[in-house]
Design a binder for this molecule. Structure first.
Ligand SMILES: [Zn+2]
Length: 143
């Protein structure tokens, strides 16, 4: 019997990445890195010229020192976005990117933070779909 894998649920994947980053920090992990950009595959299309068009959800972790004496502290922030990229050789407009203007905190509900990226991913998927329909750039073969 053949088995066709289906993509994992994106929101669940992103929420898990956020939770594991938070857990790492709370455990005082030696290798915890506060500034990390996580990419999660969110789509893959074949363009008219057979090049690949990929979609990724982005979750960026960062810290910002907040001056609010006497309780000044590092705020652990999360920004979300989505990118799409056409890998066609010579494609004239291969990039799409959409970022959320605001940010969330690592303490916030991970499901809600993950969910806020979904409309951006949807926009990137729509761009990828329509780009794929008309792009005739071919994949680079190295020859
Ligand atoms: Zn293209």
């Amino acid at each position: 019997m053949s088995y066709t894998p289906s993509a994992p649920d994106l929101k669940t994947e992103l929420a898990d990445r956020i939770r594991s980053h938070r857990k790492n920090r709370d455990n005082g992990g030696r290798y915890f890195s506060p500034h990390v950009k996580v990419r999660e595959e969110a789509g893959r299309f074949t363009a008219a010229g057979e090049a690949e068009v990929t979609v990724e959800a982005l979750v960026s972790f960062s810290t910002k020192y907040v001056y609010d004496n006497p309780g000044s502290h590092d705020e652990h922030r999360i920004a979300v976005g989505a990118v799409a990229k056409c890998h066609g050789n010579g494609c004239v407009a291969p990039d799409f990117e959409k970022n959320h203007a605001g940010h969330w905190l690592l303490e916030d509900d991970a499901d809600k933070t993950a969910e806020s990226s979904l409309p951006l991913v949807q926009a990137a998927r729509e761009w990828a779909q329509s780009h794929a329909e008309k792009c005739r750039a071919q994949p680079y073969t190295g020859r």
